[in-house]
Design a protein around this ligand. Structure first.
Ligand code: CAA
Length: 384
């Protein structure tokens, strides 16, 4: 076993750290306040090759490993989780699924610009459309239908809480093609946002990750060419589950970054703030909080890296990605809450960043499978 990062991995981590400090920190409070999508930041991430990190250079990607992706996600998430969720969805839920399961034609047409994050010089990213008003955790209960109509499908329905909903050019849409077949009657389709019948709903007014672009998307008689179905007929649910297993590594790393960002802020604050005649870091109550934060964060990091390593080794990582996500997201919620506590009254106001990190942490326990869904996946795996 080797815990040493390679030169390349260290370089990627440093590049992500520099990017987050230089490009994301300034304006992060305002973007949160005004719910402004970080277009400029995402565009620069694309220029760095971070929107298709693990995609082969044959399809416009950076050809990096999943460990590098975890390292980069942690660094960006320390500063701005609204930027990192956009990065995570494009990398793990969109590009990975296409590279692994799409046809050569689909890859050349869609994956190459998505991995570059640019087409004709403009931002070009994707979104993953599984959740519905009545199908969140219960993902097999899809109400969106895609009816076979010869050379195309006719898509109708509504999808909810879609990250990159308005900023994406390409949607991977999960829809029911044959309700009688249950999860085997579900397919995944590549749908372009500008096709007739596609409507983007209002932006959600969220508790956290407020810069990220979350919308409902509705489809009314959208004609989807047959060649835009991903994989064999009936493959859509397995496509979604396999894609989400990798996505969960991304969100676990996002949670790790939010936790470590809050920890670093609390550590620095405890060295400066004085109470009862000394810096608060000299009080054991603070020392023990910091010690517990450091311990849980290190455990989260190791779980994320293990899941990433398994993915890179082509070992089944379904269990390890769920374990990493549930542990890292709960660590993020706990750590950010304690970081606010260490900051006292200052922690409750926006300038000190920790209240934002606390709000941002919450979503990591909800999206890409709630903590309860992760426990379903984990318990099924250990009890089988
Ligand atoms: N790999 C391959 N096949 C899989 C699989 C996997 N990881 N998981 C399930 N399957 C297969 C099963 O083997 C089963 O096949 P058979 O019928 O042949 O046995 C089929 O799929 C149905 O699976 P289940 O019976 O396990 O389905 P279920 O209804 O019990 O649901 C669940 C299981 C784990 C709860 C699943 O529904 C789930 O993960 N739900 C959460 C969905 C989710 O994560 N949503 C997030 C939305 S996306 C998002 O948040 C993106 C964003 O914008 C940030």
């Amino acid at each position: 076993m080797d815990f040493q990062l390679t030169e390349e991995q260290l370089m990627i981590r440093q590049a992500a750290r520099d990017f987050a400090q230089q490009e994301c920190l300034s304006g992060v409070i305002e973007r949160d306040e005004t719910q402004t999508f970080p277009k400029e930041q995402v565009s620069k991430l694309a220029d760095l090759g971070f929107m298709g990190m693990m995609v082969s250079p044959d399809y416009g990607g950076a050809g990096l490993d999943t460990i590098s992706y975890v390292l980069a996600m942690e660094e960006v998430s320390k500063i701005d989780a609204s930027v990192s969720v956009c990065m995570s969805v494009n990398n793990s839920l969109v590009c990975w699924g296409l590279e692994r399961f799409a046809s050569e034609e689909q890859k050349h047409k869609y994956l190459t610009p998505l991995a570059q994050g640019k087409k004709d010089g403009e931002l070009y990213i994707g979104a993953f459309l599984l959740s519905e008003p009545e199908a969140g955790s219960d993902a097999t209960s899809q109400r969106t239908t895609a009816i076979d109509n010869g050379d195309h499908y006719v898509l109708n329905g509504i999808k909810n809480w879609i990250t990159n909903g308005n900023s994406a050019s390409v949607y991977l849409v999960i829809a029911q093609t044959d309700i009688a077949k249950g999860s085997k009657g579900i397919n995944a389709f590549i749908v372009e946002k500008n096709w007739p019948g596609v409507t983007v709903g209002a932006k959600e007014n969220k508790l956290g990750i407020r810069g990220s672009d979350t919308h409902s998307i509705s489809f009314t008689d959208v004609k989807v060419p047959k060649e835009n179905r991903i994989g064999e007929d009936g493959f859509g649910f397995v496509f979604a589950m396999k894609t989400l297993s990798g996505g969960r590594i991304g969100i676990a790393s996002q949670a790790l970054g939010i936790a470590s960002g809050a920890y670093e802020l609390a550590l620095n604050y405890s060295k400066q703030r004085k109470a009862f005649g000394k810096e608060i870091m000299h009080h054991q109550a603070i020392q023990f909080k910091l010690a517990d934060m450091a311990t849980k964060i290190e455990a989260s990091r190791l779980l994320c890296l293990k899941a990433a390593w398994e993915k890179d080794q082509h070992i089944d990582y379904t269990l390890s990605s769920s374990i990493a996500k549930v542990f890292a997201s709960e660590t993020a919620m706990w750590t950010t809450t304690e970081a606010v506590q260490i900051h006292g009254g200052y922690g409750y106001v926006k300038e000190y960043h920790v209240e934002r990190l606390m709000r941002d942490a919450k979503i990591t326990q909800i999206y890409e499978g709630t903590s309860e869904v992760q426990r379903i996946v984990i318990s099924r795996s250990i009890l089988k």
